[in-house]
Ligand binder design. Structure first.
Ligand code: GCO
Ligand code: MN
Ligand code: MN
Length: 391
């Protein structure tokens, strides 16, 4: 049954990053507009708005130069806050972009000391994630890129990245952490060009690893949109390859800076196709919102933002159910799908008969493809002027 009340529940697996709802609204032209919120308070806020999970970079929780005693105290408090509020930590990640040491990249940097530090920092972030119960580890190489290609050959960067991911897979195996790594692509920002600019690039990279079964992708709406791509198509290809380990939901208008808008706030229709896809195939993973509240918002506005992400997802999920149940839509779809089972696999016999066959192109071309009606029915459902009730 559709979630008619649109109330988020644990089964929906909605998660937010400490860095997303904790975002202070700083941008390249202006300072923070919101005060810092302690991670333990973010956890109770997330419980209040009905989220299921919280994700974090190492330094969202533990300052980069914390002593091990400080670290243990912070982690212990945070774990208690999660337990108290019934919030889980499904995913952890590592910040390899903020500190100036990463100005030339992390795993791909030219300085071997930087590469070694990046590995050490990631292993410690994995220790932290494992301690908090995370089973997914995201790697986003925000600084792995260039302003000038004079600095290194890009194939060398790819090789360095491969060695780093191989190393981290072995570390996870050695420690028995059971992590699944989700690689997140982005074409640019903060670098002029980032290596592995799209999800498709990562899908081609993964089979070259030593443990490809441990590694998948974390596609983000805004990142594929920045590359001018159809996000849902990227997600579908990842899913079909068994590689959709995580997903970053947000929104973005084409051709702009990295906006990180509330899910569904800019491109409702593509958000609809995405939600429909995830629900139709039964994607079992977290629905993570990697987005920020507008810079104009205060703490209450951040809650409006978080509630809005989840509500829009659930509204679109309800619309997808209506779409699937619509008799008119089903009738058109039934007309469209006439499977040609005999050509699924090659055989000498079916190739011979296919080569000999004559096609009545005129008759085939007369067959109507009612995509205009299909799309308008979709628009009607989305705009709420056509309400489909369950059969
Ligand atoms: C961005 C990225 C990040 C990553 C995060 C997880 O554009 O800033 O989307 O938010 O998702 O660092 O590794
Ligand atoms: Mn992003
Ligand atoms: Mn992201």
């Amino acid at each position: 049954m559709p979630d008619r009340d649109y109330q988020p529940r644990a089964e929906h697996k909605f998660s937010f990053g400490l860095w997303t709802v904790g975002n202070r609204g700083r941008d390249p032209f202006g300072d923070a507009v919101r005060p810092p919120v302690a991670p333990v308070d973010i956890v109770s806020m997330l419980a209040e708005v009905g989220a299921w999970g919280v994700n974090l970079h190492d330094n969202d929780l533990v300052p980069i130069d914390a002593t091990s005693a400080e670290r243990d105290r912070i982690v212990c408090e945070f774990k208690r806050a999660c337990e108290r509020n019934g919030i889980v930590v499904p995913m952890a990640t590592v910040n390899l972009f903020y500190h100036p040491i990463f100005r030339d990249g992390a795993f791909t940097a030219n300085d071997p000391e930087v590469r070694a530090y990046a590995l050490q920092k990631t292993m410690r972030a994995m220790d932290l994630g494992a301690e908090l119960g995370a089973k997914i580890f995201v790697l986003w190489g925000g600084r792995e890129g260039t302003e000038t290609d004079a600095c290194r050959r890009p194939d060398i960067a790819v090789e360095r990245l491969r060695r780093a991911v191989n190393y981290l897979c072995e570390y996870s195996i050695d420690r028995g952490y059971g992590f699944r790594f989700a690689l997140e692509a982005k074409p640019n920002e903060p670098r002029a060009d980032i290596y592995m600019p799209t999800t498709g690039h990562y899908l081609a990279f993964i089979p070259t690893l030593e443990h490809p079964e441990m590694v998948g992708v974390n596609p983000e709406v805004a990142h594929e949109q920045m590359a001018g791509l159809n996000f849902m198509h990227s997600v579908a290809q990842a899913w079909e390859a068994g590689k959709l380990f995580h997903i970053d939901l947000n929104d973005q208008t084409p051709g702009r800076y990295d906006q990180d808008f509330r899910f569904g706030s800019a491109n409702l229709k593509s958000a609809f196709w995405l939600v429909k896809f995830l629900e139709d195939v039964g994607y079992p993973g977290p629905r993570h919102f990697d987005a920020h509240a507008y810079r104009t918002e205060d703490a209450e506005g951040v809650k409006d933002f978080a509630r809005g992400c989840m509500r829009t997802y659930l509204v679109l999920k309800g619309k997808a159910e209506q779409w699937n149940q619509s008799q008119e839509i089903r009738a058109i779809l039934d007309e469209l799908s006439t499977e040609q089972a005999q050509f699924k696999h090659f055989s000498k016999a079916n190739a011979t008969s296919l080569l000999a066959r004559t096609f009545d192109k005129e008759a085939i071309m007369r067959k109507r493809l009612e995509y205009e009606r299909l799309d308008q029915l979709t628009v009607d459902i989305l705009l709420g002027v056509r309400v489909v009730t369950s059969a």
